[in-house]
Design a protein around this ligand. Structure first.
Ligand SMILES: [Zn+2]
Length: 234
């Protein structure tokens, strides 16, 4: 387990090289998809790592290289992925809550790729549109309404479900509900942005996204919306 304060991450990251060797740690069958995304976004390949878990507790980001459920504190809030400067971490495991018990499910390669796409878009935002997206770092439920998070989610949805990538909703067995949750509760902002992005960069994704929405677990959405309303998040 690595523990570090946020400000220390940037010091170590700046030493990283930007080149295609940064793809070495990625699963073979998503490497070409990553290259395509980098080309489309016109960004260099960041350093990409796949630790077991990433979570925040008491303003500290904790990265577990190997999974160790016993040491995860009660107040941990989990990240699917995390980006800081030229470093992108994608967590291999996704927490699921069943009967108030936390369980960890391993993401497949398509799911790792989806979460990576979101973070690559943040790098694009920082490189080309810092004025629009750089104002604040959304945390917790702020991400629902945050313009940078909406754009990053919308890009990931547009590209993942596009004609450029051979995946569809069946490839997201552990993440489909989570991926569509914010798009369901944001009043249509993510889907609006999907339309804009897909037009801008010429992606055909509408039918695949519509089909994916059909397969989202409505009970999962209902329960989560209920909890969010109860807590005044939406
Ligand atoms: Zn984000």
């Amino acid at each position: 387990m690595i523990k570090f304060l946020k400000r220390f991450i940037s010091d170590s990251v700046n030493k990283g090289k930007i080149n295609q060797n940064n793809l070495d740690s990625s699963p073979v069958d998503i490497k070409n998809h990553i290259l395509l995304a980098l080309k489309l976004l016109k960004i260099d390949c960041p350093i990409i790592e796949y630790p077991a878990l990433i979570f925040e507790s008491r303003n500290q980001v904790v990265v577990q290289k190997k999974i160790d459920k016993q040491t995860v504190p009660q107040d941990a809030s989990f990240y699917g992925a995390y980006q800081l400067n030229n470093l992108v971490l994608v967590a291999k495991y996704t927490p699921t809550f069943v009967n108030n018990k936390i369980d960890m499910v391993e993401k497949n390669n398509a799911e790792l790729f989806f979460f990576l796409l979101h973070e690559l878009r943040h790098i694009w935002q920082e490189k080309y549109h810092k004025d629009i997206y750089g104002s604040k770092n959304a945390i917790g439920y702020e991400v629902i309404e945050d313009i940078a998070e909406i754009d990053a989610d919308a890009f990931a949805l547009s590209f993942f479900f596009s004609d450029k990538i051979p995946y569809n909703h069946n490839d997201l067995p552990n993440s489909l509900n989570q991926i569509f949750l914010h798009a369901t509760v944001d009043g249509g902002k993510r889907f609006e942005r999907v339309l804009e992005i897909s037009k801008e960069i010429n992606l055909e994704c509408k039918s695949q996204i519509d089909e994916a929405i059909e397969h989202v677990d409505k009970d999962y959405i209902r329960q989560n919306v209920f909890i969010m309303k109860l807590n005044g998040y939406i």
